[in-house]
Ligand binder design. Structure first.
Ligand code: GTR
Length: 399
């Protein structure tokens, strides 16, 4: 039974991000950097998301399409990244503001239903990959022409470009299709040792694979002179928000991190057991996390971490947590509390964190080095969300 009753939230004690495993308090940035940050990264690796392989396959980069887009307001570029000799490939779609004189800061986020779903632009290559049938215009798990632009409301492309940012996106299913197949498809097999057929219990699942792909997109940005790879904001919604947080933790080249309604395993505190729980998510989506995470089914209080520490792994880089009040499944209050309990780490490292200590009123963004809002409405990404992300990026990336 799902708990939506605040009075039924169990009493809990959060692990302290500023106390090392051996009990040493973290009183300065040096101890955080040299000791504590690595401990937390290892704990999330071992117990939650699993180990991302350090070996890299060869990545073949092919810019297969370029052109003017959106009546001349943008430049569109499509790139395919091929992993390994005959491994999977990821289509990266990039829109940049037209007429730019210097490399632009860029938002990067994975999408749920293919690049063609984020805008009706007919030049966007239609995905041929497997996808969930919950997507509009998806027939027999494949996209049809009718799927073009079906999720464009989630990507405020005009606003992003008008404010001088680029937008880059790729389909998460290019990296690993979102169903439990024992990791036979997607990029996992590329990294198996001889004879290995599945990740080990502490090795990466699907979210780990998705996060890995975000870093490969960033590798490409380093080659693209029109994108400022030192000003990339990694953004994601829901399962892809969990992914954005994990990518931001693993790869400190991401300059800014945005979680939109990422909920359980993302920004929401697991110990609150409000809305989606660890057991529930591991049951519905056994492929997202590493197998070790299942040890905490119904035993959230024994987790060596909680999700405020995932937010803290972004520090001192700016991080934004966005909630929606009707999206109780992802526990807006638990997301706010994660941001709040990451604040001490930010204060230590850069003397700026979340400027509030109680949840703000609806539809009012609050921004320091940590930003937060809870908007009206349900599980989605809206123009309001993007306005806040853009304001936050202006504040931190345009200096
Ligand atoms: C739900 C899942 C959530 C969230 C969401 C989404 O089914 O329980 O954790 O990830 O999907 O990604 O939209």
């Amino acid at each position: 039974m799902t708990n939506y009753d605040e009075s039924q939230v169990p009493a809990y004690r959060l692990p302290d991000p500023l106390v090392c495993l051996d009990g040493t308090p973290v009183g300065d940035a040096q101890t955080w950097r040299a000791k504590r940050r690595g401990e937390l990264l290892e704990l999330f690796t071992e117990h939650v998301f699993g180990l991302t392989p350090s070996a890299q396959p060869t990545v073949h980069v092919d810019v297969f399409e370029e052109g003017d887009a959106l009546e001349g307001r943008a430049v569109r570029r499509q790139i395919v990244l091929r992993f390994g000799a005959d491994g999977p490939q990821m289509d990266l779609l990039v829109f940049l503001p037209a007429g730019q004189r210097a490399p632009v800061p860029t938002f990067l986020g994975l999408n749920f239903f293919g690049n063609h779903s984020i805008h009706a632009d007919p030049a966007i290559r239609l995905s041929t990959q497997w996808m969930r049938e919950t997507g509009q215009g998806v027939v027999d798990h494949r996209a049809t022409e009718a799927a073009r632009g079906v999720l464009s409301s989630r990507w405020a492309l005009d606003a992003i470009l008008a404010r001088g940012y680029g937008l880059a996106t790729a389909y998460c299913g290019d990296l690993d299709p979102d169903y439990d197949d024992g990791y036979a498809n997607g990029i996992h097999p590329l990294f198996y040792d001889a004879g290995q057929t599945q990740p080990r219990d502490g090795e990466w699942g699907t979210i780990g694979a998705w996060a890995w792909g975000l870093s490969r997109a960033l590798d490409y940005f380093q080659l693209d002179e029109q994108i400022d790879d030192r000003r990339v904001a990694v953004m994601g919604h829901s399962r892809l928000g969990k992914t954005a947080l994990w990518a931001g933790a693993l790869d400190e080249r991401f300059a800014l991190v945005i979680s939109n309604e990422s909920g359980c395993g993302g920004a929401a505190l697991s110990r609150r057991c409000y809305g989606e729980t660890v057991e529930r998510i591991n049951t519905s989506f056994p492929h997202w996390f590493c197998n070790n995470f299942r040890r905490y089914n119904g035993r959230e209080e024994t987790l060596p971490v909680d999700q405020h520490m995932l937010i803290a792994l972004a520090a001192p880089r700016p991080v934004y947590v966005a909630s929606a009040v009707e999206d109780r499944w992802s526990d807006p209050r638990g997301e706010f509390l994660s941001a709040l309990h990451a604040d001490p780490v930010y204060r230590l490292l850069c003397d700026d964190g979340l400027p509030i200590d109680t949840m703000p009123e609806l539809d009012a963004a609050r921004m320091g080095r940590i930003g937060y809002h809870v908007r009206s409405g349900g599980h989605d990404v809206t123009d309001f969300d993007w306005r806040c992300f853009l304001d936050f990026a202006d504040r931190h990336l345009q200096k």
